[in-house]
Design a protein around this ligand. Structure first.
Ligand code: 5AD
Ligand code: FES
Length: 352
């Protein structure tokens, strides 16, 4: 397959004709089937804490949002979710949180060890920008994968919406962080938001090129959804920017092009996409390049509090309901629930 150049990626991102887009969906679905097959892997998501020390301009969990009730799950509660994941037959649990200093290196390492001792699951961490020492400690404890979206490849835009840690003058280089995680032995995942105010079509095309350059194992893309308690709610995009829209259609184009750029990567059909189209969003994502879904395992009493963006899908459901819902959706489109961990199939993995 030819490698798509920047101009071709951008052309696809601007394409609006349904009959032409059908060709993109068809190609993405064919490559998905050829490279990763018909199995849809289930990653059970545990939102372990909504405390966050950071001030990201897009995220509802930002420290400056005083209207949010904060919670932190206990180790026992997390273990209970991991047991549920094993009962449901998931291959992976994902522990996600804001940048919460109370989730110390030692505490997280202990939880990872306990999960690995009790259940035979891959453990993915998504805990923000953490130190290399912590990342090494967690790898040692048995963590398998780490997710850190770079959010946008436009460094100027990223620094505008993502202030540095308190006490630090510069923004962390997330690309360098991802490379360091890979050197530690993690499978690495990243991704972007689509339609951030100030993000252009060219920026999205560059995001796709960066996915390819980084040879990522996992890539999550979803629409930017405005949270009223964040600074981006008050921003109207600069008229000089060739603004990419935060739409369902643009998200499908990004999912499909991500599949074409990174044929073997594990790509989720994201909750943010489902939020834009509750009836069919997940299915369309899976039909246009995605091969992963992330059923929510977070206890119901905490779910609504993990409000990264408003009207998030699944806040009123239980783990059982999300499990049944996603199973049905996968089967309704003629796909199969994945068996095993659904680890990376990167062609170069044998050399690492
Ligand atoms: N809309 C959509 N996605 C968001 N995220 C954070 N805030 C928003 C928002 N307002 C995404 C970021 C982050 C992931 C956990 O959630 O990409 O990495
Ligand atoms: Fe949660 Fe459908 S996945 S209700």
């Amino acid at each position: 397959m030819n490698i798509m150049e920047h101009a071709e990626l951008e052309r696809w991102l601007r394409e609006e004709r349904p009959e032409v887009l059908e060709e993109l969906w068809r190609r993405a679905d064919a490559i998905r089937r050829e490279m990763v097959g018909d199995e849809v892997h289930l990653r059970g998501l545990i939102e372990i804490s909504n405390h966050c020390a950071r001030q990201c301009h897009y995220c509802g969990l930002r420290a400056g949002n005083r209207d949010l009730t904060r919670y932190r799950m206990s180790a026992d509660e997390i273990l209970e979710c991991a047991r549920a994941a094993a009962r449901f037959g998931y291959g992976t649990v994902v522990m996600q949180a804001g940048e919460d200093a109370a989730l110390t290196g030692a505490w997280v390492a202990d939880v990872v060890r306990r999960i690995k001792a009790e259940v035979d699951l891959a453990v993915t961490l998504s805990l923000g920008e953490r130190s290399l020492d912590e990342l090494a400690l967690w790898k040692e404890a048995g963590a398998d994968r780490y997710l850190l979206r770079f959010e946008t490849s436009n460094a100027e835009l990223f620094s505008r919406i993502h202030p540095p840690k308190a006490g630090s003058a510069t923004v962390v280089d997330r690309v360098a962080q991802l490379q360091a995680m890979r050197s530690l032995g993690y499978e690495i995942g990243s991704g972007v938001m689509i339609g951030i105010p100030g993000q252009s079509y060219a920026d999205l095309a560059r995001d796709l090129e960066l996915f390819r350059e980084l040879d990522l194992d996992m890539i999550g893309v979803g629409p930017f959804l405005t949270h009223p308690a964040t600074p981006l709610a008050a921003i109207s995009p600069n008229a000089g920017v060739d603004q990419a829209p935060a739409t369902e259609l643009m998200t499908y184009k990004m999912v499909a092009l991500t599949r074409l750029c990174c044929p073997r990567a594990n790509l989720p059909s994201t909750t943010a996409l489902a939020t834009l189209n509750l009836a069919r969003g997940r299915e369309f994502g899976l039909l246009r390049g995605a091969n992963v879904v992330m059923p929510n395992l977070t206890p119901p009493k905490y779910r609504a509090l993990y409000e990264i963006y408003p009207a998030k899908a699944c806040v009123r459901e239980t783990a059982e309901q999300c499990h049944g819902c996603l199973r049905r959706r996968i089967e309704s489109i003629g796909r199969r629930v994945g068996q095993g961990r659904g680890s990376a199939l990167r062609k170069t993995s044998e050399f690492r």
